[in-house]
Structure formats: structure tokens, C-alpha cells
Design a protein around this ligand. Structure first.
Ligand SMILES: Nc1nc2c(ncn2[C@@H]2O[C@H](COP(=O)(O)OP(=O)(O)OP(=O)(O)O)[C@@H](O)[C@H]2O)c(=O)[nH]1
Ligand SMILES: [Mg+2]
Length: 313
């Protein structure tokens, strides 16, 4: 019997996503890994292609091959005087999801067209060592903070990336999130933009999830969030209730894992870091590059849906 593969429907989604998070949480590397996903050893047959669509995303893809794949680290993202000048990265991504019937294999084609803007972690949204309220007493940081909030009003799809190993900062993150929600809410009201708050989708990504002490929670992310980021989760629940918007959690890693028989090890060389965690890691073995969880948050942000097959990419 011959199976015929036919594309039955083609769905198009597009959107502008803002990527924020603390300094060194991995935002630029996440985007660079995404831009190079065609080269991953574990590339799924469902994922047909991802293509950088502009100079910034093409350059980012080259930074992945020329720097990260050769064991280097990307530089931190600069703060620009005018944050609206921060680079945008344009991508297109195509899936073909099979629908198997008795006599044929049908295929649903999904096209995603998206643009990412990254806020440097040096912007004062998630300051590391100091109290946010104290920082905002300084007029320079205050101006910068409210510039960010103003810029954020252009986006209804927000991706917040945290280092999965930074649970010691859970309470601090919760305070920063609550402050951000309040400031954004006020700004939207001022602009008469608060009517569509229920359309907001906020994805929370826990990155560097290949590290052994968090990887064991991969199939039980709810448990991980509850145990390690309880205060952050509470703050996000409050945001979700107040705005009647959608919030979803994801685990991801740009470096990914190496499979050795039954064993799965982080594909990461952790340089000594006085602050602990794996913040200064580099890719250990480029030939075995198997990232995970990079596509699911984007798919959800653009479609509002989760699909087990896409979660695995
Ligand atoms: N363990 C691990 N470390 C990673 C991974 N991706 C990036 N890193 C490390 O995380 C650190 C920060 O990465 P960046 O991508 O520059 O972080 P960022 O959030 O863009 O930082 P800013 O632009 O300064 O806000 C670097 O030392 C990376 O090597 C990963 O998948 N796993
Ligand atoms: Mg960056």
C-alpha cells in the first residue's frame, strides 16, 4: 500500500515579541540558538526550516556559528540611549505536522513569522544586586525604567527569560514582576490601551535547563516552578487574574544535552563563577548540539496553543 503525503491546510501566524529578563539570563544566546536551529543534531522532521529574515537575525545566526559553536560567549546586549533603537530580529519558521489516517498521511503546514526585540538585562527592570525602589530614586534609572515601560506598551506578547538556576532570587523577581505589572497597567490606562489586556500572552521561560540539578524537573515543570520559584509564580498568578490574560511556563536550553547511552549530560562547560550557577557556561561539544524548548514558547505566544510535538523541539 502506498501512502501519499498531502498538505491539507496551511496556517499563518505572525507577531511581535518582546524578550526581557535579568542580565545574563541567556536572552541573546536563546535567539542565536533559535536562528541556527536548522543545524541542530536533534532537528525534528516536523520542523522544516527556520530562516533569519533581516540583517540583524542573519548576523545573530553567524554569531552562533562563529562564536558559540567555537566555544566562545556572546557579548552582553548594550543599552542604547534611545531604547526604541534596540535591534529587532526577524524570523520565519515552517512546520509540517503529520495527521495520519488509515489510507494516507496528511500534513498541516504552519508558518510563523515573528519579530523579536530584546531588552538588555542592564536596563533596570530586573536589577541584580540592588533594590528596585532604591534604583528608581536615581533620575537616570527612573527615566530609563519608564522608557522601557512605555516601549512595552507596543507589545501584547511578552517573553520573560530567567536563569533556571537563579531560584535564590525568587522573591526579588516576584517584587520586580509586580512593580512592572503595576507600571505597565498604569501606562496602558493613561494611553487608553487597557481594554485589550485580556489578549496579553506572557511566556515565562526557565533557561539553562540542561543543568543536571534542574533537568530532572523537565517532565514536571509545574512542580519545579512551585518548588523553586514559588513567589514568582504567585506574582504571575496575580498578574494573570488582574488582567484576565494568559501565562504559560516553559523550560529551555540553547546548549542542550549530550546523550551518552542512557545518560543525558549538559552540553556545557561551566567556567568557575564566584556567584555560583552556570552563568558563564560555553558549549562543550558543537557536533552533538541538541538544544530543546526553543520553539514552544514562540508557538504558544503566536497561537495561544500548545502541541506536544512542538514542545519537544
Ligand atoms: N548553561 C547554559 N548557559 C548558557 C546557555 N546559553 C547561554 N548561556 C550563558 O549565559 C550567559 C549569558 O548569555 P547572554 O545570552 O549574553 O545573556 P543575556 O540575557 O542576553 O544578557 P544581557 O544581554 O546582558 O541581558 C553567557 O555566559 C552564556 O554563555 C545555555 O543554554 N546553558
Ligand atoms: Mg543579551
Amino acid at each position: 500500500m502506498f501512502f501519499k503525503r498531502k498538505i491539507t491546510e496551511s496556517l499563518d501566524y505572525e507577531g511581535d515579541i518582546i524578550l526581557i529578563g535579568p542580565i545574563c539570563s541567556g536572552k541573546t544566546t536563546f535567539l542565536a540558538a533559535l536562528s541556527a536551529l536548522n543545524m541542530a543534531k536533534n532537528k525534528s522532521p516536523i520542523l522544516k526550516e527556520i530562516n533569519p529574515q533581516d540583517d540583524y537575525s542573519e548576523k545573530l545566526s553567524r554569531r552562533w556559528t562563529d562564536i558559540v559553536m567555537k566555544g566562545g560567549k556572546l557579548a552582553g546586549t548594550n543599552i542604547y540611549e534611545d531604547i526604541s533603537e534596540l535591534p529587532h530580529y526577524d524570523f520565519s519558521l515552517r512546520f509540517e505536522v503529520p495527521i495520519i489516517t488509515l489510507f494516507s498521511i496528511l500534513s498541516k503546514q504552519i508558518n510563523l513569522q515573528f519579530d523579536f526585540k530584546e531588552f538588555s538585562g542592564s536596563l533596570p527592570l530586573f536589577p541584580r544586586d540592588s533594590n528596585l525602589a532604591e534604583i528608581l530614586l536615581d533620575s537616570y534609572y527612573q527615566k530609563l525604567y519608564y522608557q522601557c515601560v512605555s516601549d512595552l506598551t507596543d507589545f501584547t506578547q511578552i517573553f520573560i527569560l530567567f536563569d533556571a538556576l537563579s531560584s535564590n532570587r525568587d522573591k526579588q523577581y516576584a517584587e520586580q514582576i509586580t512593580f512592572l505589572e503595576n507600571s505597565l497597567n498604569k501606562k496602558l490606562q493613561e494611553n487608553n490601551q487597557n481594554k485589550n489586556q485580556s489578549n496579553y500572552r506572557i511566556a515565562i521561560g526557565f533557561y539553562k535547563f540542561e543543568q543536571s540539578n534542574v533537568y530532572l524537573y523537565l517532565d514536571n515543570l509545574n512542580n519545579f516552578v512551585e518548588l523553586k520559584f514559588y513567589h514568582l509564580q504567585t506574582a504571575m498568578n496575580q498578574w494573570k487574574t488582574k488582567w484576565n490574560c494568559s501565562v504559560e511556563y516553559f523550560a529551555c536550553s540553547g546548549f542542550g544535552i549530550i546523550e551518552e547511552g542512557e545518560l543525558r549530560k549538559p552540553n556545557c562547560k561551566n567556567d568557575p563563577n564566584p556567584r555560583g550557577g552556570a552563568k558563564w557556561g560555553t558549549l562543550r561539544n558543537p557536533e552533538e548540539w541538541q538544544p530543546f524548548g526553543l520553539v514552544a514558547p514562540i508557538y504558544w505566544l503566536l497561537t495561544g496553543e500548545r502541541d506536544e510535538r512542538i514542545d519537544e523541539l
